[in-house]
Write a protein that binds this ligand. Structure first.
Ligand code: NAD
Length: 354
């Protein structure tokens, strides 16, 4: 039986990954280490609360003693590092928190993994998988729609968030090159789906639309992101953990590029259709001052993971967005819970009292 140390497993992608893995594999154990920041929510995991294959440990990935104790007690075969500060707007407000968790937290995990796994010069059958982002590559032009990020694209981050993720990636590569640590890095495009905190574009728009609040769109709304349904990302991580060639980076994306304004209009149409409320319409769209340093376009070339590992995205955007909206409609209490307290303060700070 393999043991996965999943960090950040109470967040959006991490909790989807825990649920995906427990459903897909019978004979695994997941040790889920999460600090439960504003973005971590154990509600996401209530369906596996009594599953003995899932152990939850509340801890900071920067805490050397706590992480060492987890390695000592559970002896994980894999580390899947999702834990991060993940929101670009917050990184502009407070870059230091991103350096702490995303860089120093990753280095602490690498050190603890090295101490536990490297015995007599041998690494054994282990792997450290760093969950990274296409944002580390910087930006592409709207004028060259046929250019994409490949694994060879140089790192060129622009936001404090992407700078912290790129820095963490470089440490992970350094532990492979210097110490021989068995690692992989996945760099995925924008995810959407259930359990995403409503500061991110799609759930923010769904939540505001349902409340007839303004839908804030940065700049001209033409920035392009490459959207992937979260389960397809989980599948990719599972495949890379098991079959990825040690030391390799894999880009993950579904060639599903959409402008932000297209996404917002799609959410309006689908929420209006699902609720039968025609007062949810484009009059809610409010253009706001562009994000500082806003990357124009992200686009992933997923050829390597498709050709080498046979991964492909199963969910078409048109289906995934409807599933996502239906999920938020059916889980009103989840949304009410996360939009109270700390989230509300943050929301007021970022978007005013609209
Ligand atoms: P999220 O913000 O929803 O979740 C992050 C989780 O990490 C939360 O549960 C939080 O409590 C936990 N956490 C934060 N600081 C911690 C610390 N110091 N110690 C332990 N736990 C801590 O983020 P997400 O959107 O699920 O992203 C997960 C990972 O995937 C991140 O590394 C992110 O960079 C990467 N990623 C995200 C996307 C996306 O579209 N969301 C795309 C590509 C890559």
């Amino acid at each position: 039986m393999k043991t996965y140390l999943v960090t950040g497993g109470a967040g959006f992608i991490g909790s989807n990954f825990v649920l995906y893995m427990l459903k897909k594999h019978g004979d695994i154990r997941i040790v889920n280490v999460d600090l439960l920041t504003y973005a971590g929510n154990l509600e996401n995991l209530k369906s596996v609360k009594d599953d003995p294959r899932h152990v939850f440990v509340q801890a900071d990935i920067c805490d050397r003693e706590a992480i060492k104790a987890v390695f000592d007690e559970y002896q994980p075969d894999y580390v899947i590092n999702f834990a991060a500060e993940s929101h670009v707007d917050r990184s502009i407000e407070d870059p230091g928190a991103f350096a702490d968790t995303n860089v120093m937290g990753t280095v602490n995990l690498l050190n603890c993994a090295k101490d536990a796994w490297l015995v007599g010069g041998e690494w054994g059958d282990h792997k450290f998988l760093q969950v990274s982002t296409d944002e580390v590559y910087g930006t592409l032009s709207l004028d060259e729609p046929d250019t994409f990020f490949t694994e060879e694209t140089p790192l060129s981050p622009h936001s404090p968030y992407s700078a912290s993720k790129a820095s963490a990636d470089m440490f992970v590569v350094a532990y492979h090159d210097t110490f021989g640590m068995p690692i992989n890095i996945t760099r995925c495009s924008n995810n959407y789906g259930p359990y995403q905190f409503p500061e991110k574009l799609i759930p923010l728009m769904i939540n505001n639309a349902l409340q007839h609040k303004p839908l804030p769109v940065y700049g001209d709304g033409l920035n392009v992101r490459d959207w992937l349904f979260v389960e397809d990302h989980c599948k990719a991580i599972d495949m890379v953990a098991t079959d990825g060639v040690v030391g390799e980076v894999y880009n993950v994306g579904g060639h599903n590029e959409r402008s932000n304004i297209y996404i917002v209009k799609t959410v309006i149409d689908e929420v209006a259709k699902a609720t039968g409320d025609d007062s949810i319409n484009e009059s809610l769209i409010t253009y706001v001052t562009d994000r500082a340093g806003h990357d124009r376009r992200y686009g992933i070339a997923p050829d390597k993971i498709r050709e080498d590992l046979g991964w492909y995205p199963e969910t078409k955007f048109e289906d995934g967005i409807v599933r996502t909206i239906q999920w938020y409609l059916a889980n009103g209490p989840w949304m009410e819970n996360v939009t109270s307290g700390a989230y509300r303060d943050y929301y007021q700070n970022m978007y005013g009292k609209k």
